[in-house]
Design a protein. Sequence first.
Length: 526
Amino acid sequence: MELMKNQETVLVVDDDHQASSMMTDLVISCGFQCVAVNCKDAAMNIIEKRRFDIVIADIETMDGLHLISDVRKIQSDVPFVVVTGYGNGFTYESIVTAGANDFIKKPFTPAELNSKLYRILKERRMAFDNSQLLAKQVAANKKIANLLEIALDLTAEVEFANLFPLIISRVTKIMNAERTSLYLIDWERNEIWTTVAEKIEHFSLPIGEGISGLVAKTGETVNSADAWELPYFKREFDLQQNFRSKAVLCMPINNRSGERIAVIQVINKQGGGVFNVDDENLLKSLSSQMAIAIENAQLVDELELSFESSIRTLSATVDARHRLTAGHSERVTEYSLMIARNMGLGPEEEELIKYAGLLHDIGKIGTKDSVLLKSGRFTPEERMEMERHAVKTKEILDNFHFSKTLAQVPFIASHHHEHFDGRGYPDKLRGEDIPLCARILAVADVFDALTSARDYLKYTDTETMSCDPMPLPKVINILKNGADNQFDPAAVAAFLGCMADALLKYRGEHFPPSYVDEMIEILRKA
Ligand SMILES: [Fe+2]
Ligand SMILES: [Fe+2]
């Protein structure tokens, strides 16, 4: 059998100097490196310091069987060959049971030894190759599982604002990178832009500039060991952030039609090194999922924008039926959102308030012109007709298709005239039976009515009531006095806390600048 020339090292343990020397020569002649020791302690000492590919020990002259178990405590997988003489009482079974891989009886020929060493090393290499293959398979399975998990996560996220950080965090993790940036390509504006990039502020770049801009322009992947060596890399980004970009992998993201819609860039492998072909393939397989997720989120974003603009237009149209109520619903919405934020409500409540605020008076669409536009005191019947707009709001909005998260909009919008003490309309709800968002709308609604020019004569018995906006101190008194009876005191308190912002928001637009400045001075002193 042809000997394998290799670098494997055999440890020979034998206290007989002559036998040890012969065995060493034989092992070397078989093509192996060899280290020889003459006792168990020496064997244990050296095996703690370096790895061996085979241990050959004579068990006639020393406690070989114990040596096997001691060696295995340190190198559990090292093959162990026992050398025995005739008539020593050891059987093949007893030696194998003690943990040896094989044994060889003295005297033996070089060919016998060579054959055994060859077979043992072949088995060892096969076992090693199998474990490598298994490790590769496990890693591949893990990668596929990670990819599937990312794909599911990305597909489930349709909120554009959440998608950026989600993609960035997932890609950074799976690519084992230090940083990731995602840029969307705006072909009309000839720029790439990002809303969130890990540890980088929002910015845009002209297409063609920097690594990402170049990838956007050419569609070619850039994979470099050192970004600073690339002539088009913008070092100023690194210098501003005291960061050193080394390995960079930047790739285009194409949609199903093959159009470039984004660019993904990963920087610096954790622990150093370059991004290899496997990394490129991994990022490429992720890019199609990213493309789908980005386009879905963009579509949802556009649908939401389209829905919101339709609602705003409808709301403004209803307000515009009377010159004195133009912009009313828009302002009520803004004031309500300010109150909600001051009360610590979350984005879901803000969405409800936005649509309920814009649509709260949509029921006026069904109010007769003779009532809505009347300039003068209402008769009791006209007043009832006017108040009916709350019920009509509900009837109209019940025909809208709202998403699950906005399902409460009709109920909230139609209860903006309920009073905290149960004396409002249309259902005389009281306290917390009135939805919190409706209690907030009620405060904002009255504030806007009082601070706008209105036909108060319709609602009062006095002929001397002015149509001018009410002075702010008087408005504040009405809100404060109304807390606990007409209004939720928490909503009033929250509004008083952000009233200056409300005035500033419409300074020069709805409120004369001098009025706002004067009122803010009053609020400051209060
Ligand atoms: Fe109303
Ligand atoms: Fe209103």
